[in-house]
Design a protein around this ligand. Structure first.
Ligand code: KG4
Ligand code: ZN
Length: 345
């Protein structure tokens, strides 16, 4: 009988201080997330300096709570895995240095994890991967279509040329005077409105899997300003529904085309915007009866957490990735380069 493996995950790349212990890469033993959203709300976005300060304050509290919930000690942990990038450098540094301190003090292997690999692996906490697969990553900082032929291998086949999907949601929400983060508010309003404003869909050149959301964002802002100048009142619900219809149509259509072209067995959705009800519904109906399995994480695993980092970290650890004491925060860590590391060993 093989021994169970317990991986500690640490995530501090943006505005959540999170730790988790995952068993054998697939089973959550404890998952603690301390959110800072309330502190950033009044600024309408994440303030990096405030984020770093909160991480410093929260990290030991979150560590204690994680081990107390798991009823475990550091002695039970096989490896410490931590988000090394991308993200806010000051925020990442708190997680990276905490992980290094723990690994050094307790003589544990240390593994750096790419944040987006983490978002994708949130799905493995629900369902085993079947390759080849395509992951649609839609978060506050990323919009990417990623082809995976095996564990730990990531090929970017499409990405945003300007704003990320979540960023577009947050900017449009701000124009509609909705609180930060705006995504969930637009999602809610969209269900109460009609998609009766024809906002543009950026398809880009034929065959491209890239995305662009800045034109859509400008179009929403212009439409609102023009209405204001004419003393017309547009219903927020209708603007939200029309904006969401454009985002969802483009994301769903491109994901479907890519899934067909690459002959994948599974489609995974990941990142904060994967919590979007409109997107979940549309993807579910598009992939029904196609023979392609669609997986979307439960809502609490769509937004930033450390269980996803431990899940991706467990694969990296078992593939032989090891970080040295020179592990550093890398705010612009490249996913494809990160993926090559595993193949070089
Ligand atoms: O993955 P995440 O937690 O953080 C990053 O790594 O960026 O994603 C946060 C983003 C925010 O832009 C937020 O507005 C968006 O995800 N989001 C949503 C929904 N829930 C969160 N966007 C649309 N609909 C939602 N229900
Ligand atoms: Zn994220």
């Amino acid at each position: 009988m093989t021994k169970d493996q317990y991986i500690l995950g640490i995530e501090t790349s943006c505005d959540e201080t999170a730790m988790s212990i995952v068993k054998n890469g697939v089973e959550i033993v404890a998952n603690v997330v301390a959110s800072q959203i309330e502190s950033h709300k009044r600024f309408g976005g994440v303030v990096p300096e405030i984020a770093s300060r909160h991480h410093v304050e929260q990290i030991t509290v979150v560590l204690e709570e994680t081990f107390s919930k798991a009823e475990m000690t550091m002695a039970d942990i096989d490896a410490i895995t931590v988000t090394e990038g991308p993200g806010l450098v000051g925020a990442l540094l708190i997680g990276v240095n905490s992980a290094k301190a723990l690994a050094f003090a307790k003589s544990k292997p240390l593994v750096g994890v790419h944040h987006i690999a983490g978002h994708i692996y949130a799905n493995r906490l629900n369902k085993e991967f079947t390759f080849p697969l395509i992951a649609l990553v839609v978060s506050g900082g990323h919009t990417e279509l990623i082809l995976m032929r095996e564990h730990g291998s990531f090929e970017i086949i499409g990405e945003t040329r300007d704003d990320a999907a979540g960023e577009a949601y947050d900017k449009v929400a701000r124009t509609l005077q909705l609180p930060y983060p705006g995504g969930p508010h637009i999602d809610r309003l969209a269900t109460e409105g009609q998609a009766n404003i024809n906002f543009p869909r950026a398809w880009l050149e034929e065959g491209s899997y890239d995305f662009s959301f800045s034109g859509l964002k400008s179009s929403v802002i212009n439409t609102l300003h023009n209405a204001e100048q004419r003393d017309e009142v547009l219903k927020k619900e209708d603007v939200a529904a029309s904006f969401q219809a454009s985002v969802v149509e483009v994301l769903t259509t491109k994901t479907y085309k890519a899934a067909k072209e690459y002959g994948v067995k599974q489609v995974l959705v990941a990142g904060g915007v994967a919590a979007n009800q409109g997107l979940r519904k549309e993807l579910t109906s598009k992939f029904a009866d196609t023979g392609i399995e669609l997986e979307i994480p439960p809502l609490h695993l769509c937004t930033d957490n450390a269980a996803m980092i431990a899940a991706a970290g467990s694969i990296a650890y078992n593939q032989g990735h090891r970080a040295g004491w020179d592990l550093n925060a890398n705010p612009s860590l490249d996913l494809e380069k990160y993926s090559l590391r595993g193949q070089q060993r």
